[in-house]
Each structure stands twice: as C-alpha cells, then as structure tokens.
Write a protein that binds this ligand. Structure first.
Ligand code: SF4
Length: 341
C-alpha cells in the first residue's frame, strides 16, 4: 500500500522525525501541504486498477459508490499528517470514497482538530498507528497530547516504535495499550540511514542484540495478546532459530524484505520509500499505473545499489542462500550509500 504524504509539517521533535520532515520534499517549501486538487488526483490514482485516467476514475468511483464498492486502502503520512489544516475533511472525503484510511501519526494533534476527528470517526474504517518514543525521548507536551489522542481515539489506534538505539526498552508500550485499551498491535521499525544524507540510525552491528530484545519482548506480547509486526529492513541471520520460534509462537508478523513502498509527496512527486527519499523523485502522473511506478523504482534501486557493489548490509550477504531464495533482502538498501559492516 503506497503512502500519501499530506504535509511536510511536523508537530514534535525527535532524533528521527526531524530528518523525515526535512527530507520528505527536498528543495520544496518548508511547510508544504497537499492541495485538494492533488489529493483528488492521488485518490483517483489509488482508486483504480488499470489505466491512470482521472475522469474515468471519477466516473468509476461514483458508479462503484452506488454499487457498494469493494474496500480500498490508503495510508496517510507526513511529517505529521494530522497537522494538515484540512486533515479532518480529507479523512471524511476518503471515507466517502470507500477507502479504509490508515494514518501514521505521532498523535500530537491540535485539540480542536482532534475533537472534530473524534466526531467524524468511523473506527471500523480507520487505523491510527501512533509512533511513541521511550519516556526519556518524549517531552511532557508530547506525552499530554498523546494522552488526549488515546483517550479520544484509542479504539482505532495501535502503536509503532522505532528502534533507534542498541538497548531499547519496550515494556512501556504494553502499559500504554493496557491503560487506553488500544488495538493490541505494535509495529516495530528500524531507524535506517537516509541516503545520500545519513541521519541517525541503528547500526547493523547492534542488530543481533536487538533481535534478542525483540524476542524477549515478544514473549510478553504473547502473554498480553499483543501482535508484533516487523517493518522492513530486518535481517534474517541476526535472529537465532530459538528467537524465530519465539516470534512465530507469539504470532508475530515477520518481514525480512526491503522493497519500494512508494511515497507520494504533497506535490505528487514519488519516491521509493522514506529511507531512499532523495533518489530521483518521479512525477506520479508520468506512470499509467501504480505497478509501472513500482517496477521503475524496483529497477532504479537495484541499479543504484548494484552500482555501489551492494548486495546487503553484510559482506556475507552476497553468497547468502536466504538472499538467493528471496527470504531476506540483506537489510535496508539505503545502506548501499553507507559503509558496509
Ligand atoms: S542476506 Fe545478508 S542479512 Fe540476510 S540472512 Fe543473508 S547474510 Fe543475513
């Protein structure tokens, strides 16, 4: 599912979210919001299976709405998507277009907008994935805003956590889920470098230790009925068989891949993903279908990484049978622009 970036404006500071805001639309205005025109174009684009043709897609959308259209999905991101001044109306519009709306947010939302969002909320068609930091990385204001968000929208919210350091403490995530009765899901992501300007990230030399921490945490999640999902860029060989078994038993969603997700910016420029956000952006409308766009970025990323002699984050990735069998991508490809471990 591609990401639609509503705005470059963020609402909190963190070691990782500031670079995201800066790199989302290089060279563009600092606080760029998506316009309604671009939003409708993007919605039309994601609301079709074949040819990109706005007029045709609009007609199809109306016809499908009348005939109880099948469910479609869209993911909204930012910097902080809820900081778009029209966020609630955008949310309403996408629901009316029969999208199930997933929002990646910090939960740090303007209180007036939050109240309006609560009034418009359709929980069964909405997923708010709220990225929280460890207590020492959180400001009091951030904690208060997230408290307000969870009280208002907890039934539609789950958590995300970015592993930025070698010794993450994640038990507090379970406490938050318990306290606010959130959806029992946690999405774990690794902080990757952002090519070609590396930001703060977790070095692969810490992956082994972090895998053990994740495995221990999975046991606690299992007991509390919380499902873990690994985001992209995890490395298969850094988990032992026992750790993998623990994760499987805990019903975790495992992922050892790295492929273009596709981020669509407020100006409809597209990028393969956040970590590779500076790699030759492409205009959305230049590609007749999403599949054509994905193929372009798959080839581009492959060519750019191979050009740099990159086959994975470790030297041992090149002859690795897990890579050959497509079980592991060898970590995040943005490491092609960093030194290999
Ligand atoms: S491809 Fe690289 S990171 Fe993945 S399992 Fe093989 S050696 Fe490990």
């Amino acid at each position: 599912m591609p990401n639609l970036l509503l705005t470059s404006l963020g609402t909190r500071t963190s070691p990782y979210s500031i670079p995201r805001a800066q790199q989302m639309a290089p060279g563009s205005e600092p606080d760029q919001h998506i316009s309604w025109r671009n939003l409708v174009i993007a919605a039309n684009y994601f609301d079709q299976d074949s040819e990109y043709a706005p007029a045709q897609a609009q007609a199809q959308a109306q016809a499908q709405a009348q005939a109880q259209a099948p469910e479609r999905h869209i993911t909204l991101r930012g910097a902080e998507p809820t900081s778009h001044p029209e966020f609630v109306n955008i949310y309403r519009y996408l629901l009316a277009r029969h999208f199930t709306v997933r929002v990646f947010s910090s939960g740090c939302m303007d209180p007036v907008q939050l109240e309006a969002l609560g009034a418009a909320l359709v929980p069964q068609k909405s997923r708010f994935v709220i990225n929280v930091h460890q207590e020492q990385d959180r400001t009091d204001v951030e904690t208060r805003m997230q408290d307000r968000f969870f009280k208002a929208l907890g039934a539609a919210s789950s958590l995300a956590f970015t592993l930025m350091g070698p010794d993450p403490h994640m038990d507090f995530l379970l406490d938050i889920i318990d306290e606010y009765q959130l959806r029992p899901k946690i999405r774990l992501g690794l902080a990757h470098p952002m090519a070609p300007r590396p930001g703060n990230h977790l070095s692969p030399k810490h992956y082994g230790g972090v895998s053990e921490t994740i495995s221990r945490f999975a046991r606690r999640c299992d007991q509390q009925g919380v499902i873990l999902t690994l985001d992209c860029g995890f490395t298969l060989c850094d988990f032992t068989d026992e750790q993998l078994g623990t994760l499987l038993r805990a019903n975790a969603n495992l992922n050892f891949g790295c492929g273009p997700i596709i981020d669509v910016g407020p100006d409809l420029s597209t990028r393969p993903c956040f970590a590779l956000s500076n790699l030759q952006p492409q205009p959305l409308e230049q590609y007749p279908t999403f599949e054509a766009l994905r193929r372009f970025f798959t080839e581009l990323v492959r060519a750019e990484t191979r050009k740099r002699g990159f086959f994975g984050v470790y030297k041992k990735c090149d002859p690795c049978r897990y890579a050959k069998r497509g079980q592991c991508s060898g970590g995040c490809r943005s490491y092609a622009f960093e030194e290999r471990s």
